[in-house]
Design a protein around this ligand. Structure first.
Ligand code: C2E
Ligand code: CA
Ligand code: CA
Length: 448
């Protein structure tokens, strides 16, 4: 029985005592066989805690382990009949429903589990809320084998994290590995070579009307499909290795434009979005500096918008690259603040001079007191660290006024202008002149 006990041990996670990944894989295989034989569905859910990493960083690994134990406990108590839970490692758990009615019912069950995990936890009198995200894959709808089920549940889980939606079921049209995506990738590569990808520019303005800068945003009109949303092709570029090429293209085009504007007496800094991939590419900082020199553009006229995701993979390398860029005089802006892994710990480690509050908070500012409180705290915190705060996605006067009252520094959004092609941007800048952007008269309350 020793041998058997040892074999069983190898299939258990030592911390929580739940079955581990290896056990799960084997279990999925038998579950799929059974489901196939009786013509039933089977569902797999991957569950990941949203901010566990920063809890671990701040409170230490021992506290993290104790939280994981509580989570494992909760998960087991919340399981419906017949369901089986496993721990895949880190803060990742899985639940197998050997028999499931439909994708909808499996998604509903996953939502129940996510809700159960998300209620407040107690750690030595400290109350913590760890939200979770889950992805659901269903046999035979989404995959026909165990590895496929795991992969697809994983794709769905990342989608849920990205959209902050809690739970998502796998959807093939969002998966970057479908043939359709591969075709699009080839087309994008060709479009970059043919210089058919364009940059549009969206102003960031201060409350006194001064134009603080422009953000360069890529635009691609596919010959057959029409406009492809940047989020979509950027995700493809990121998962394929094309990203550095796209970023070079954007930097090159933006810097050439900045040089042209400077010749016309328009001295406006331009922000370029860079992805974590870029920051991890060896030599990135040096290549940016060389490009600035080649265009005769001072480093202060370029800003790079990064997200805190740069710190997830190789924090040390990312920090080195960012420090090198800052050393060259390039300014950095922390984009999408408030989404995903945002943590104050990260903020202090990044050499950024600007923070952009994500559109999702700004949009509900006027109607949601909680979002307003988040924005208020963010502004105060950023100011105490000496950062400039820009709010993204400002669409109406009411939001503009709220942001001004919260002492935000600048806004970007359709209220001021959408992203415009280069010629239109030139005209926009020239028409505003030194006074900058003024809110249309009609929008002001009577008496002002
Ligand atoms: P982002 O960096 O957060 O860019 C802001 C997005 O908000 C842009 O979407 C912009 O058009 C949109 N937006 C601006 N004002 C408003 C508003 O008032 N209301 C609403 N609802 N939306 C507004 P876009 O251009 O579709 O870009 C989406 C994302 O794609 C960007 O988000 C950025 O993450 C990425 N992206 C765009 N261009 C580049 C690029 O050149 N390189 C990289 N790496 N990523 C890029
Ligand atoms: Ca941005
Ligand atoms: Ca953003």
């Amino acid at each position: 029985w020793m041998a058997r006990a040892r074999a069983e041990e190898q299939l258990l996670d030592p911390l929580t005592g739940l079955p581990n990944r290896q056990w799960l894989l084997e279990r999925i295989w038998t579950a799929l066989d059974d489901a196939e034989r009786i013509g039933a569905r089977s569902a797999l859910m991957l569950i990941d805690l949203d901010r566990f990493r920063s809890v671990n960083d701040t409170l230490g690994h021992l506290a993290g382990d104790r939280l994981l134990l509580q989570i494992a406990d909760r998960l087991q108590n919340a399981l419906p009949d017949g369901a089986e839970a496993a721990r895949l490692g880190g803060d990742e758990f899985a639940v197998l429903l050997p028999v499931a009615d439909s994708t909808t019912s499996a998604t509903r069950i996953a939502r129940g589990l996510v809700t159960a995990l998300g209620s407040p936890l107690d750690l030595d009198g400290l109350t913590l809320v760890l939200e979770a995200s889950a992805g659901v894959a269903v046999f035979p709808d989404h995959a026909l084998d165990a590895e496929g089920m795991l992969r697809r549940a994983d794709v769905a889980m990342y989608q849920a994290k990205r959209d902050r939606s809690g739970v998502e079921a796998y959807e093939s049209k969002r998966d970057s590995n479908t043939p359709d995506r591969l075709a699009l990738l080839g087309d994008l590569r060709r479009a970059l070579d043919a210089r058919e990808v364009q940059l549009h520019y969206q102003p960031k303005v201060r409350f006194d009307g001064q134009v603080a800068g422009l953000e360069a945003l890529v635009r691609w009109v596919h010959p057959e499909r029409g406009k492809v949303p940047p989020d979509e092709f950027i995700a493809i570029a990121e998962s394929s290795g094309l990203m550095p090429h796209l970023t070079e293209y954007v930097l090159e085009t933006a810097l050439a434009q900045v040089a042209r504007w400077r010749e016309q007496g328009l001295r406006v800094p331009v922000a370029v979005n860079v992805s974590p991939r870029d920051v991890h590419t060896p030599g990135f900082a040096g290549s940016v500096a060389a490009r600035l020199a080649r265009h005769g553009v001072p480093a202060g006229a370029l800003q790079l918008e990064i997200t805190e995701h740069v710190l997830l993979e190789d924090p040390q390398r990312a920090a080195d690259t960012l420090a090198a860029l800052a050393g060259h005089g390039v300014k950095m802006s922390l984009d999408d603040f408030g989404t995903g892994y945002s943590s104050l710990v990260h903020l202090r480690r990044l050499p950024v001079s600007e923070l952009k509050i994500d559109r999702s908070f700004v949009a509900r500012l006027a109607v949601d007191a909680e979002d307003a409180a988040i924005v208020r705290c963010t502004v105060d915190l950023a100011h105490s660290l000496g950062l400039v705060v820009v709010a993204e996605g400002v669409e109406d006067d009411e939001t503009w006024e709220h942001l001004r009252d919260l002492r935000c520094d600048a806004v970007q959004g359709w209220l001021v202008a959408a992203a415009m092609p280069p010629e239109e941007t030139t005209a926009w800048l020239q028409a505003r002149g030194p006074r900058g952007w003024q809110r249309p008269r009609a929008a002001l309350p009577a008496g002002e």
